[in-house]
Design a protein around this ligand. Structure first.
Ligand SMILES: [Zn+2]
Length: 396
């Protein structure tokens, strides 16, 4: 048999978590979690009462089966460059609109992975979201393992786990040219460098699943820049399509967190609310050429430069010979969680409590607003901005 499904009523997701957490350490069942998880003490699984998840051995090639079965399903996105399974979770929504949530593009940003795991848990136990969503909690699992294996350095400027190997290109800066589809026969980025395998899988996932919106969860060391940001969408030539609904969606997510006591300082909600990341060029009016930020961290050999996921994703693809590879600009929300540490990485109980609350709020903002019926990309007139926005303003 090519595949097998286990219906496991009490399981949530196979998560990345630090080993050695004493009585908190959950079950690590070889039958369920496979050899990799069993052999690697860092990969453990959390089990929650009352959730429903079908753990399948489907891979990206069988994504159509995952979607057709229309139930909460764990599947394997693929293998990382060193053979680690990259898990993904499909949660069907109440509509045909599709969203993608990714975390762990930078393995050092463990708090971001934690948010994605919590979101997965919440979705498996709660009400169906409006959007049908795929969540990839740790796109570069080995890099996250590296970060976890040096607990004293979590959050330090050593940035353990950010890059896949010495001299590797920034994982968030190795996308194809804006306006162009991923070329599987070539696998190179905008400036001709090889795209790492994990990012290749992400690009294939987007081509097959065709999400209308993506939340890319990162974390940022300087907590004054933590917040929820949106990339301005453009056509395939880089001409702006209009930023208002993207920015309002991001600011509404930030407000949701802020009103409940979370930290989204980078959105400047008390002065002049913004969804613009502080390093990005100002969004321009629809029809004008949108400048993009092509330089990230300052590294030798320009390893920190290149096309970011946000730029590539928010640019439409057109004119491909295979027209199935064309797509609209995706709505890209980039989340910068303040600080790299997970709740469990903090030494004092009070810090752990604060971080736990913060993690819950970021996950809830994604669940309630990003995956909710707000500013949907459905082009039918009744689904356009007015009613969505009105509904959102009445939120607590
Ligand atoms: Zn990052």
């Amino acid at each position: 048999m090519r595949w097998m499904i286990s219906i496991v009523p009490l399981i949530v997701c196979t998560l990345l978590f630090a080993a050695g957490k004493g009585s908190d350490a959950p079950v690590n069942d070889k039958d369920y979690y496979g050899d990799t998880a069993s052999n690697d003490p860092v990969f453990v699984s959390f089990i929650s009462e009352g959730s429903n998840l079908n753990r399948s051995t489907y891979t990206l090639k069988e994504l159509d089966m995952v979607v057709r079965e229309n139930r909460n399903t764990e599947f394997v996105l693929g293998e990382s460059k060193y053979g680690q399974k990259i898990n993904a979770y499909y949660i069907p929504g109440t509509s045909h609109q599709k969203a993608l949530v990714i975390a762990g593009v930078h393995g050092s940003e463990l708090s971001a992975i934690d948010v994605a795991c919590r979101l997965t848990n919440e979705l498996l136990q709660g009400q169906q979201p409006y959007y049908s969503v795929i969540i990839v909690p740790a796109l570069f699992p080995e890099n996250a393992v590296k970060a976890i294996s040096e607990p004293e350095q979590i959050g330090s400027t050593m940035n353990v786990g950010r890059y896949s190997y010495p001299d590797a290109v920034d994982p968030n800066r190795q996308m194809p040219s804006p306006g162009k589809a991923f070329d599987e026969n070539n696998c190179t980025d905008h400036v001709g460098r090889k795209i790492e395998q994990e990012n290749q899988l992400l690009l294939k996932l987007i081509e097959v699943f065709k999400p209308q919106r993506v939340a890319n969860i990162h974390a940022i060391r300087d907590t004054s820049y933590g917040g929820i940001y949106a990339d301005p969408r453009t056509d395939h030539n880089g001409l702006a399509l209009g930023y208002s609904t993207d920015s309002i969606l991001a600011v509404e997510m930030a407000l949701f967190i802020h009103r409940q006591g979370g930290n989204v300082a980078g959105n400047k909600l008390d002065r002049s609310p913004t969804a613009l990341y502080y390093k990005d060029p100002q969004p321009v009016a629809a029809g004008l050429l949108q400048k993009r930020n092509m330089t990230g961290s300052v590294l030798n050999a320009k390893r920190g430069s290149g096309v970011s996921f946000g730029t590539w994703g928010s640019t439409a693809i057109a004119n491909e010979a295979d027209t199935s590879r064309n797509r609209d600009a995706m709505r890209i929300i980039t989340i910068e969680y303040p600080g790299y540490k997970r709740s469990s990485d903090h030494r004092t109980a009070s810090r752990r409590t604060v971080q736990q609350k913060q993690t819950e709020l970021f996950a809830a903002a994604i669940k309630e607003i990003f995956l909710g019926k707000y500013f949907t990309e459905d082009k039918s007139p009744e689904m356009q901005n007015g009613p969505n926005y009105t509904a959102m303003k009445s939120r607590p």
